[in-house]
Design a protein around this ligand. Structure first.
Ligand code: ACO
Length: 399
């Protein structure tokens, strides 16, 4: 038998770190998560401040540029984004090729990947400038693509963007306006959606951001990088958890509501069929996720305005949280609600259909993906990311 250790060059120390629990893959100045304290900052600004004082596009600009824009810079950036909200007519032909019941995340991966074919890069631009322009284009087109895929799924004609509206209001307009009646995006829904976007915009080296950075390290087209990020985000252990969390609450409601909580907790603790409390726990936060705290607060604040108060799932979620946080199983493992626990309830109140929850997450995270990817491309140290492995297969066989 071959001594496997002899296959590795002696001068390289190889670390084995499944799930990258202890491995920093890069240096980054974009955002910081203090998991013990339960704090999150974007470019040094606490998330609570940003949710209170900024809108999503200003937050995106802060993430991309590194500094808080002044009013003139923010207005210029808004105009630039608005300039690119339309998508090529042929993208809608592509959309027509999908099944109407396809999951929006599957459609999104396809359409975003295809943008590379509709918007070829300018070979006279540097790689960095190509990615900077693609950031604007992608932020602008993401709401259009998501709304298109929703309206396709319900058989409604596609709405053009309305550039007189804010980013969040325009998305609601593209989603819900019908030619037969006047539609004005409700102010409370616009406010709630904008805050959801800010809270989901960035979260350092999570799985989808690492995917995007890895693709960029290979020199991939910016739209392809984002398509890969969307694919990764769709997983239920990552961004897909917001949809799964709401479905868990719906199942709980069907099973008897608050009365059914003890049985769910019992099954989770017994690890029956691998059942987990979706929307609980986080790789980095070992304290309350600050985003979940803000979302829970918005739910309370907008109880009447967007109708969260009428939703029995909100009361159910509050009770589930109360019971879990008094239970030793969750306390000992530092399992607190994460961003996905309350975001579904809020999105539902705004009228967003459940299968679109993760697409909204992707719309927001586009800002963080580009900030991180462009930081890497501008770092002056563009190296192909290529993890090693510990080989456990057969030694060389005798032929
Ligand atoms: N419910 C019940 N038990 C849990 C949960 C949960 N949600 N999360 C972790 N645990 C338990 C595990 O069973 C394990 O118990 P053990 O020590 O007895 O074996 C212990 O806590 C540690 O769990 P790990 O899976 O090792 O923790 P990790 O940090 O790898 O997991 C993760 C993080 C994947 C988010 C996990 O908490 C989870 O599955 N949560 C539910 C899904 C979810 O909400 N995902 C969204 C994350 S936020 C985001 O991506 C935007």
């Amino acid at each position: 038998a071959i001594d496997v250790s002899s296959l590795y060059k002696k001068e390289h120390v190889l670390t084995y770190d499944p799930g990258f629990q202890s491995t920093a893959s890069c240096e980054s100045a974009v955002s910081y998560v203090d998991g013990e304290a339960g704090e999150l900052t974007y470019r040094g600004y606490p998330i609570e401040y940003l949710a209170e004082h900024c809108d999503f596009l200003k937050t995106a600009q802060l993430l991309l540029k590194g500094e808080m824009p002044d009013e003139r810079e923010a207005a210029e950036f808004r105009d630039l984004v608005k300039h690119h909200t339309l998508v090529h007519q042929q993208v809608s032909f592509l959309l027509n090729g999908f099944r109407r019941d396809a999951h929006p995340m599957s459609i999104l991966v396809g359409l975003i990947g295809a943008l590379a074919a509709f918007y070829p890069l300018d070979p006279d631009m540097s790689e960095q400038d190509q990615h900077r322009l693609a950031a604007i284009m992608m932020l602008a087109k993401m709401p259009t693509l998501i709304a298109m895929s929703y309206r396709y799924s319900v058989g409604w004609p596609i709405n053009f963007p309305d550039n007189s509206l804010s980013y969040a209001a325009n998305f609601l307009h593209m989603m819900f306006a019908l030619p037969v009646e006047h539609y004005e995006p409700p102010k409370a829904a616009v406010k709630a959606l904008d805050k959801i976007l800010i809270l989901h915009a960035e979260h350092e080296q999570n799985a989808s951001t690492s995917t995007v950075r890895l693709c960029a390290s290979a020199g991939a087209n910016p739209y392809h990088c984002v398509a890969a990020g969307v694919a990764c985000l769709s997983g239920p252990r990552h961004g897909g958890a917001n949809e799964s969390a709401l479905r868990m609450l719906m199942d709980l409601q069907k099973a008897g509501g608050i009365k059914a909580i003890p049985e769910l907790i019992r099954r989770v603790k017994a690890k029956e069929d691998g059942v987990r409390l979706i929307g609980f726990g986080h790789r980095v936060y070992k304290n309350y996720d600050p985003r979940a705290k803000i979302l829970r607060g918005i739910c309370h604040e907008l109880l009447d305005e967007v109708g969260v108060g009428k939703d029995p799932l909100f009361a159910l979620a509050l009770e589930l949280e109360r019971i879990a946080l008094e239970d030793d199983y969750f306390v000992e493992r530092h399992l607190y609600p994460n961003v996905d626990f309350y975001s579904g309830i809020l999105q539902r109140a705004i009228g967003i259909p459940t299968p679109l929850f993760t697409a909204i997450f992707a719309m927001a995270r586009t800002a963080g993906w580009f900030a991180q990817k462009n930081e890497f491309l501008e770092s002056g140290d563009i190296r192909l990311a290529r993890p090693r492995q510990v080989y456990v297969g057969e030694p060389r066989r005798t032929l």
